[in-house]
Design a protein. Structure first.
Length: 264
């Protein structure tokens, strides 16, 4: 059987008869420290535990046991909400990854000669809808017959690099609000309607251009948000554009080498 905590005792001189010993006032921290040092205290004094009263968050007075039950129920509720949020996020992430995979299938089945940029724009506007979409692409990667509605040709690479230096230097997506000159470059006459943007560089330091999603909602694209899926989209598109450009170059070279030579 465990021993009860020893009662505090005084050493030294004995107080005179008829007088009370001088004691410092008991503080809440003293009680807290004592209970932490003696975790079995209430098991040795169970009657005291039943007498304790606690005021809950609603201002109601209840005994300690009922209060503990309420606290555990609230913790269980919070854990359940966190678990549901994690499951929902996992399902959403899986769905988005499936869409990225579907885009890869679209590219792989694209007939020769058809613009991969056109196919990308058509697919992304349906699978990843946003209020605005813009792609800034250097001429060397621009497929033939590309519709220019959402595509900007980066004719001045130096101007482009200077204007978007902050996003291109870190080679990471940049989310949030943009200055007016950047919005005008990407979205033209619609610039005033764009409240938030996600910028995703393509290639090393944006050598392959920029993919930009815009929204009228200033909270749609914010700093620190997850951009893994958007980066996958940009990498997939950049890879496709590079392959198409290389194929077009090889085809042109082969055609030139096979040109008939005029008779002497």
């Amino acid at each position: 059987m465990s021993e009860k905590p020893e009662q505090p005792h005084h050493t030294g001189a004995t107080a005179e008869v008829g007088t009370e010993p001088s004691m410092a006032p008991l503080r809440a921290m003293d009680v807290l420290r004592f209970l932490r040092q003696h975790p079995a205290f209430f098991s040795q004094y169970p009657d005291l535990l039943a007498q304790l009263q606690v005021v809950d968050n609603q201002g109601s007075v209840t005994n300690l046991v009922n209060y503990q039950v309420k606290v555990l129920q609230e913790k269980n509720r919070q854990l359940a909400e966190q678990l549901n949020a994690m499951v929902s996020a996992a399902r959403s992430s899986e769905s988005l990854l499936d869409k990225v995979f579907e885009l890869a299938l679209v590219f792989s089945s694209l007939p020769a000669g058809q613009s991969s940029l056109n196919a990308f724009v058509d697919y992304v506007r349906t699978a990843f809808p946003s209020d605005f979409l813009s792609l800034a692409v250097p001429p060397a990667l621009l497929p033939a017959d590309t519709r220019m509605g959402h595509v900007i040709i980066v004719s001045d690479a130096e101007e482009f690099q200077q204007l978007f230096a902050d996003a291109l230097a870190q080679a990471q997506p940049l989310c949030g609000r943009l200055k007016a000159d950047k919005l005008e470059y990407l979205f033209g006459e619609q610039a005033n309607d764009v409240a938030s943007v996600a910028l995703i560089p393509m290639g090393e330091k944006g050598s392959g251009g920029l993919l930009a999603f815009g929204s009228r909602d200033q909270h749609r694209f914010v700093p620190g948000m997850s951009t893994d899926i958007l980066q996958r989209l940009a990498r997939l598109l950049h890879h496709k554009l590079q392959r198409d450009a290389a194929t077009a170059g090889s085809t042109a070279s082969a055609a030139g080498s096979q040109s008939p030579v005029a008779d002497a």
